[in-house]
Design a protein around this ligand. Structure first.
Ligand code: IPE
Ligand code: IPE
Ligand code: MG
Ligand code: MG
Ligand code: MG
Length: 301
């Protein structure tokens, strides 16, 4: 297969799955007509019709690697996307990053109000775990319980929420590269890692293979936030669909403030290579994961 065919192939693969993810999220979110209507409308506003859906796509690709039932991996990926959407709604609140634009639209608290946005986050988080309890996602009940624990740990104080706490307490400070890495692995990497591992757990992978997938996700999760940092500095609000230049304005320590844009780009490339190395033993079976890794590193928004 030529590179051009593979790229087109990735476009049609990701497009098809994006539609399936959108449809699954539509279906899983409470209807806007159900009481309390305003909360349900706001939940749908925060989740639907935007976002790159990188996490569900990672879950689906990892599911393919593990020969999972595609429907199961889709549900697991949707649960992770709900956690991600909740994290964005809270991240944008005035008490956190105080952002007014997200996915090209007013942020949830601007479109609705702060208490509603707070509850949207709470309710999306609960809904994610409800899905993991409601649907059969693994043949083995013990493995499904592992999935619940995995997502809980990735979201909690030693995962995303912990990373966000470090982010907030670091405003105005200079962090060393290892400190930045620690923050980014938690605030962003943990959920990306959970996406890949949950997708894989919908199928079957030997412990060693699961470990390799985890390594891949760890590197690409860190790369994801390094890219987010330099896009914030280099890109435009129109392209990003969120306010560009926010990190410097808010005095956030980022890879850009620590090592500059050029070196951050190089680092993203290095992390990309290390992520690909972790997939080496899978051969062609990991094609989709490789393509997603490339998308993550080369994306423009
Ligand atoms: C933005 O995530 C927040 C970070 C964790 C860096 P994404 O760039 O995946 O945002 P959406 O979902 O595509 O809007
Ligand atoms: C967000 O990091 C990480 C989480 C939402 C957990 P950022 O604050 O950099 O994300 P953006 O740039 O607002 O999307
Ligand atoms: Mg933030
Ligand atoms: Mg933010
Ligand atoms: Mg950012």
């Amino acid at each position: 297969m030529t590179t051009a065919t593979k790229t087109t192939d990735f476009q049609s693969w990701s497009h098809g799955h994006l539609l399936r993810v959108e449809e699954a999220l539509q279906r899983m979110l409470p209807a806007a007509e159900i009481a309390p209507q305003r909360l349900h409308q706001a939940m749908r506003y925060a989740v639907l019709g935007g976002g790159k859906r990188v996490r569900p796509l990672l879950a689906v690709a990892a599911g393919e690697l593990a020969d999972a039932d595609p429907e199961r991996a889709l549900i697991a990926g949707s649960a992770v996307e709900l956690i991600h959407a909740y994290s964005l709604v809270h991240d944008d609140l005035p008490c956190m990053d105080d952002d007014v634009l997200r996915r090209g639209k007013p942020t949830c608290h601007v479109e609705y109000d702060e208490p509603t946005a707070l509850l949207v986050g709470d309710a999306l988080q609960s809904l994610a775990f409800q899905l993991l309890g409601e649907y059969r996602l693994s043949d083995d009940a013990k493995s499904q319980l592992e999935m619940v624990k995995l997502l809980a740990a990735a979201s909690g104080s030693r995962g995303m929420a912990g990373g966000q706490a470090i982010d907030l307490e670091s405003v105005g400070k200079t962090l060393s590269v290892p400190e930045l890495e620690f923050m980014h692995i938690h605030k962003t990497g943990a959920i990306i890692r959970a996406a890949a591992l949950l997708g894989a757990r919908c199928g079957r992978l030997e412990p060693q293979a699961l470990g390799q997938l985890d390594q891949f996700a760890k590197f690409i999760g860190l790369a994801f936030q390094v890219v987010d940092d330099f896009l914030d500095a280099e890109s435009s609000t129109a392209t990003l669909g969120k306010t560009a230049g926010k990190d410097a304005n808010a005095n956030k320590p980022t890879y850009v403030s620590a090592i500059g844009v050029a070196r951050s780009r190089e680092l993203a490339g290095e992390l990309h290579m290390r992520a690909l190395d972790a997939l080496a033993s899978f051969g062609e079976r990991a094609l989709r994961l490789r393509q997603l890794a490339q998308f993550i590193v080369l994306r423009k928004f």
